[in-house]
Ligand binder design. Sequence first.
Ligand SMILES: *Cc1c(COP(=O)(O)O)cnc(C)c1O
Length: 393
Amino acid sequence: MKTNEIIEMFDKYVIANYGRLPRAIVKGEGNWLFDAEGNKILDMFPGWAVSGIGHCHPKVVEAIQEQAGKLLHIDNTFYIENQGKLAMLLSERGFGGKCFFCNSGAEAVEAAMKLARRHTAPEKYKYITTEGSFHGRTFAVVTATAQPKYHEGFMPMLPGFEYVPFNDIEALEEAFSDEVAAVMIEPIQGEGGINVATQEYMETIRNLCDTNGAMMILDEVQTGLGRTGKWFGHQHYGVEPDIMTMAKALGGGAAIGAIMATEEVAASLVPGTHASTFGGNPLACAAGIAVIEAIEEDGLLQNAIDMGKYTREKIEELKAKYPIIDSVRGKGLMIGIQLTGPGADIVSECLAKGLRINCTQGTVLRFMPSMTVSKEEIDSAVRILDGVLAKGA
Ligand SMILES: *Cc1c(COP(=O)(O)O)cnc(C)c1O
């Protein structure tokens, strides 16, 4: 089908809850997309952070194909080898905890929040989250998402939430009470504009939670699985959470979400307290295992560090040329370019020239290429962005 035919079908049959770019993508290969007309697009924001090792990584495709021929789904009434193996691989690369599997980021955050309540004293029911956070769209997690635009039309939100400015230690100390079950932050706010938590902030959260018998939850749905140059964002700080969420890049394109909790905390999720029908199915877990193996076999953590550094250098060069670039921030391949004005037109102009990037919060361009990205691909991307900025888009 041609793009315009596909768009017509959407107009008629698909709920229009997304602002979509006017392209239909039919194929992905590494860091490249192909639309219905066969146009090639260089993808520096693959799958909204899902395709962390590029589109259709051969190892992931092979693992899915092999598993699909054996067993697509089996319920959690039984033991599932792939689920156990993926949990082991994550535990060894994380903080040695135990995992629960679901199918998305929102579900992972829900599970983390429920577990925090379940594990702490009965009078503790409050969650502290931060302004500019993003935790997903189901009711509890969108309440946790402290951005008014996501609450519009859905009031009242769930009770028991307190919002504090990100990286503000005083505000956090003030918001704390005996009723707090958990503090939840992203080590780097993704949708909020690539805002990096300070070392002191992470340490303060850990100490306050320890002192008050509350849980520290890190939402690593976007920072997880190697993008920042370490397996998980918190590993840059030497601070470990009680509960961590994962999703997006975990399945290399397959839908999967997970939490990891310390062994002690995990013990509170006894039979009957939480569940997910599709969670931890053999197909999604085969993909997750392949993602971890590919990252290790291909040295992609190091590539994320090297290419992240290279990208930032290149963007600093653009900053020297164009006053619309205010600053560049992030870790590894999670890069935000703070503009002095709106970025939406820059994103559309780049797409017209064959480059896909993202703009969040109106004025932050997000460059989050896959961990397989090469110098040549970054050069091409920066050249296109350079051209667009030169024209003053
Ligand atoms: C994307 C995201 C979510 C929500 O994930 P979904 O799979 O869309 O439900 C939650 N937390 C963070 C940090 C995210 O980036």
